[in-house]
Design a protein around this ligand. Structure first.
Ligand code: ATP
Ligand code: MG
Length: 546
């Protein structure tokens, strides 16, 4: 098929038929969730049937060499891996852990698992033995697909994992099955298992920002649930030349579902590359070399890019999504000026991702706000009784139950699952405000809220204000015990390279007093070299408090 045919197929899969005014798109939107649905069929096999040679993935190795993977090659390898896994006893519903950085093996493992109706458990390669033991044992995973480097960590814990039958490694290693040799020796699975849209497909553990991570079980339909947001942050999607990349590992919902799988659903090629630690110069080089046009960049990545040297000439970025943490107003202008594209901010959580979005081009962006409900999703700010709050009043952000992007349940935590729902709403555990125009502003996680002198203070607004100061690279705001005020506001600040500390604490306190209000201004400012972060780059305020 020609490029035009290919694009037409991608466009025909869109859930939003006409790009336009946000309200109109929302009013017209109707979900169309088929009863039978399988992620591998949609994201890989159906494209392979159309043109097996078309590039799905470009993998860029650490040394910079690039290797293309076609949809046909991914289909063939995943069909064979499915046969291998079936022969090892994998059945519908079994958990298959994928402990790998971005690359073709991740997609092949995902697709093979979906073809058997199994559940993929994405795991982050930098997890230590304890983190792995917790997730592998909690999920009862039967298979781990990993690389040789991770074997020592697994060997340490393997005796405590009675459900773990086989470990596959992507390079030949003693004590593990050989991923590629087994694929080469197997015949393709003759027919994939039929799955319903409602059948479990993926289990992702939350970031663990506020407590022990929870296994969040998702159905095949959650892919469809992500599409309205992906379609709108990439205006007029797909276009000829579109190519996606995210530095966020595919083990997290952001990397996997804000970019990787939805892009393949639309037949748009993606780039994979392993970055041990985010490096702005390397990111710019990759974007330029691979002609990447569509990005999902977590706020931390954007902040590091802003701090670094300007991007090289010749980058041509068409769309940028960001989310997972507060973005703040300061990055919007910078991105437009320096990266050449606006940042579209998203809000969601592992349990129900991509439900709010701030899309330049479809709505008047209010800097500092996360935007409005994405077409197809109903979001509100509710009070303790579950009643929607009037505009401007702070409450808990909630998503209407029954949303296709919503999780099925927490793994083995029926009480936590039940507690998450309140009548028609799923409570996010995040506090926010919705204004009269329907724009949502994030205040804080319920547990991060600061109670000071009778006020409830959300750290985000103060952090975002501090970040507008030219000497501030990153800021976290927490409450510290105070005999008079219950808690006092404290700012923990990382300075930009070359910034001088003298007099800055007072200047920052004054900035917040002037720009927001004296009652939320920090009483203490501490300067640190770095902030404690989760593997996803989220600030762990809990750790700072402790
Ligand atoms: P845990 O639930 O284990 O504490 P976590 O909530 O950090 O971990 P995730 O599901 O990865 O794990 O993160 C979702 C959370 O990230 C949201 O509930 C919200 O607190 C925060 N978040 C996401 N998008 C935004 C945004 N645009 N602005 C501010 N915060 C955001
Ligand atoms: Mg959470």
């Amino acid at each position: 098929p020609s490029d035009a045919d290919w694009l037409a197929h991608g466009r025909a899969r869109k859930l939003i038929a006409h790009w336009g005014d946000w309200h109109e798109m929302r009013d017209r939107f109707v979900w169309d969730i088929p009863k039978a649905f399988n992620i591998a069929e949609r994201c890989c096999d159906s494209w392979a049937a159309l043109d097996p040679t078309r590039v799905a993935l470009t993998h860029v190795a650490p040394d910079g060499t690039a290797h293309d993977w076609s949809f046909g090659a991914l289909k063939d390898a995943s069909d064979r891996l499915a046969t291998v896994l079936r022969a090892r006893g994998v059945q519908k519903g079994d958990r298959i852990a994928v402990l790998l950085g971005q690359g073709p093996e991740v997609l092949i493992s995902h697709f093979a698992a979906y073809k058997l109706g199994a559940v993929v458990l994405p795991l982050f390669t930098l997890f230590g033995a304890d983190a792995l033991a917790y997730r592998l044992s909690d999920s009862g995973a039967r298979i781990v697909v990993t690389e040789a480097d991770s074997l020592p960590k697994l060997d340490e814990i393997r005796n405590d994992l009675p459900n773990l039958a086989d470990v596959f490694t992507t390079t030949t290693s003693p004590g593990a099955r050989d991923f590629w040799a087994d694929i080469a020796a197997a015949d393709p699975l003759p027919t994939p298992v039929n799955t319903l849209a409602e059948d479990p497909a993926v289990m992702i553990y939350t970031s663990g920002t506020t407590g022990p991570p929870k296994g969040v079980l998702h159905a095949h339909r959650f892919l469809l649930g992500h599409l309205p947001c992906v379609e709108t942050y990439n205006e007029d999607f797909p276009q000829s030349g579109d190519k996606g990349w995210t530095p966020a590992d595919w083990a997290w919902i952001g990397g996997l579902m804000d970019l990787a799988l939805p892009f393949l659903y639309f037949g748009v090629p993606i780039v994979s590359h392993r970055m041990r630690k985010f490096d702005a110069a390397a990111a710019y080089a990759l974007i330029a070399d691979q002609k990447i046009r569509n990005l999902f960049l977590p706020p931390t990545a954007l902040k590091l890019m802003r701090q670094s040297d300007a991007p090289p000439a010749g980058i041509d970025i068409r769309s940028i999504g960001s989310g997972g943490e507060s973005l703040g107003a300061g990055l919007l202008d910078w991105s437009r000026d320096v990266l050449g594209a606006p940042v579209n901010e998203f809000y969601g959580q592992t349990e129900c991702n991509l439900v709010l979005s701030s899309v330049a081009g479809a709505m008047a962006v209010k800097p500092g706000s996360m935007g409005q409900p994405v077409p197809g999703h109903e979001v509100a700010v509710i009070d303790a009784d579950g009643t929607p709050c009037p505009p401007g009043r702070m409450g808990e952000i909630a998503v209407r139950a029954g949303d296709p992007v919503m999780f099925l349940r927490y793994w083995n935590l029926p009480d936590k699952t039940a507690a998450k729902f309140d009548g028609d709403w799923m409570r996010t555990g995040d506090l926010g405000v919705c204004d009269a125009d329907g724009y949502f502003t994030f205040a804080s996680r319920d547990d991060d809220v600061i109670t000071s002198a009778g006020y409830r203070i959300g750290p985000s607004e103060v952090e975002n204000c501090l970040q507008t100061h030219p000497d501030v690279a990153m800021a976290a705001v927490i409450g510290v015990p105070d005999p008079v005020r219950t808690e006092a506001v404290k700012a923990v600040v990382v300075l930009r390279d070359g910034a001088k500390q003298a007099g800055l604490a007072d200047a920052l306190i004054q900035l917040v007093r002037d720009r927001i209000s004296p009652h939320v201004a920090p009483r203490y400012v501490e300067f640190v070299a770095e902030l404690p972060m989760t593997a996803t780059g989220k600030i762990m305020r809990r750790t700072l408090r402790e």
